[in-house]
Ligand binder design. Structure first.
Ligand code: HAM
Length: 424
């Protein structure tokens, strides 16, 4: 038997309603903040991620699904959304559009990671990217948008961790000091970090092997290298977050695992758990990325929220979505002779966007009724011999057990009215 590839999973009909709920809320939230949707290809030229996300990051170094296509071009399945959106921003000349340009995506992403709870080789993110604004209100707005989304889906136990990496100069200074510090422990560093020491010392800070070693705790922290300008900028973001009642905590050790960040970085974490899967999302400013990928210098900020993680965190809370009935109506005929009436009725009901099932299995009336019960339909319409003669239908409201004889022509209108009353 062929199984789904390791680290992937099917989203079965039973669960799909939860996904639709999350996606609908993401779209609703984006609309509230006037953010437009963008859809980029599932794969890009590998170079984009090497240059965009950074050669020394775990994502690029270890986790990419990379292959040559038939013309021997190196292709990579998108491991994250930001670099693709930036590529599209540049390629489509968006730098001449009115700013800020606000974009969102809901997309599958691919990382060759060790599959565990909340960690998959194909995962999905709701991501938002703002281009063109370099003022703190943009940072605060995008964090507030993420907060609004999470509140809207009913999540409660989470907070934002937020930090600043300062500007490029601050980072350079910090990087030099890190290099100095970790050089003292060169022999104790893992092989990867020995390389990182030369190419990108900052990345040593997200090493899951070395961060357990004693010397790690005394490593320099970014906060000691932040300029006054960046500090002031950071503090005004925090003020704006207070205005918006966002639950945050400043975390001086937060650096994030992608190279493109400057200034603000943040993560959304569950407050009642401490494992990696409790990181529900992350983001930050990337003021240099557009330029470094060949566009005009454009400040930008964004975040990505992992949909699988959010669903794990919501867990039982949204089980009600999987229990709801999909189907409004089952039409039960007395015999094949009423087929024309049944087909017409189904068609008229579907014109009103109602969900209708008819028998496709040649079942007996008894087993059709059993099946209708299993479907948990709201109404069963009995098209009996007598009823066809009198141009009537017996409408049974399944939850109330109420039955009524309704004129055939008036059935669609009758049911729509009933459903409307029920939903009020
Ligand atoms: P990231 O931190 O790599 O950032 O991923 C964002 C979120 O996606 C994570 O916090 C996590 O919830 C989820 N996630 C990541 N990898 C996996 C996985 N293997 N399985 C399940 N969930 C996962 C980014 O990707 C940036 N592009 C975010 C961003 C947008 N920064 C600026 N704009």
């Amino acid at each position: 038997m062929i199984k789904a590839p390791k680290g992937t999973k099917d989203i079965l009909p039973k669960e799909v309603k939860k996904w639709q709920f999350i996606e609908a809320k993401a779209k609703e939230t984006a609309k509230k903040f006037n953010v437009s949707e963008i859809r980029t290809p599932m794969f890009e030229y590998t170079e984009l991620f090497k240059r965009g996300v950074g050669d020394d990051t775990d994502i690029v170094n270890k986790e990419m699904y990379t292959f040559n296509d038939k013309a021997k071009r190196s292709i990579t399945l998108k491991p994250e959304g930001t670099a693709s959106v930036v590529r599209s921003f540049i390629e489509n000349g968006f730098s001449s559009e009115p700013k800020p340009l606000k974009l969102y995506y809901i997309s599958p992403l691919f990382r060759y990671e060790k599959p565990q709870k909340g960690r998959f080789r194909q995962h999905n993110q709701f991501g938002v990217e703002y281009f063109g604004s370099d003022i703190e209100k943009a940072d605060a707005e995008i964090i507030t948008l993420a907060d609004d989304f999470l509140k809207n889906i009913g999540l409660e136990n989470y907070k934002f961790k937020i930090n600043t990496l300062g500007d490029e100069k601050d980072r350079e200074h910090f990087s030099k000091e890190l290099k100095k510090y970790f050089s003292n422990y060169y022999d104790q560093l893992c092989d990867n970090c020995k390389k990182r020491l030369k190419t990108n010392p900052l990345r040593i800070l997200d090493c899951k092997i070395d961060n357990k070693k004693d010397f790690f705790d005394k490593a320099p922290v970014i906060n000691d290298f932040i300029s006054d300008k960046s500090s002031m900028y950071f503090n005004s973001i925090l003020k704006n977050l207070d205005y918006n009642n966002v639950n945050y905590e400043v975390d001086p050790s937060l650096v994030r695992g992608l190279d493109y960040y400057t200034e603000t970085v943040f993560e959304i974490v569950e407050t009642n758990s401490n494992d990696y899967s409790s990181v529900l999302g992350g983001g930050g400013r990337y003021n240099r990325l557009v330029e470094s990928l060949g566009g005009n210098s454009t400040p930008a900020i964004g975040f990505g929220i992992g949909i699988e993680r959010v669903l794990l965190s919501l867990d039982n809370k949204i089980n009600k979505y999987s229990q709801n009935s999909n189907c409004d109506i089952y039409i039960l005929p007395f015999s094949e002779k009423s087929n024309k009436v049944v087909q017409n009725l189904a068609s008229n009901l579907r014109k009103l966007n109602l969900s209708v099932e008819i028998d496709l299995m040649n079942r007996s009336m008894k087993s059709q009724l059993k099946y209708a019960n299993k479907l948990n339909v709201k109404y069963v319409l009995f098209v009996g011999e007598e009823e066809v003669k009198n141009k009537n239908v017996k409408v049974k409201n399944m939850s109330k057990g109420k039955e009524e004889i309704v004129n055939l022509q008036q059935v669609p209108e009758y049911i729509s009215k009933e459903l409307k009353n029920e939903n009020q």
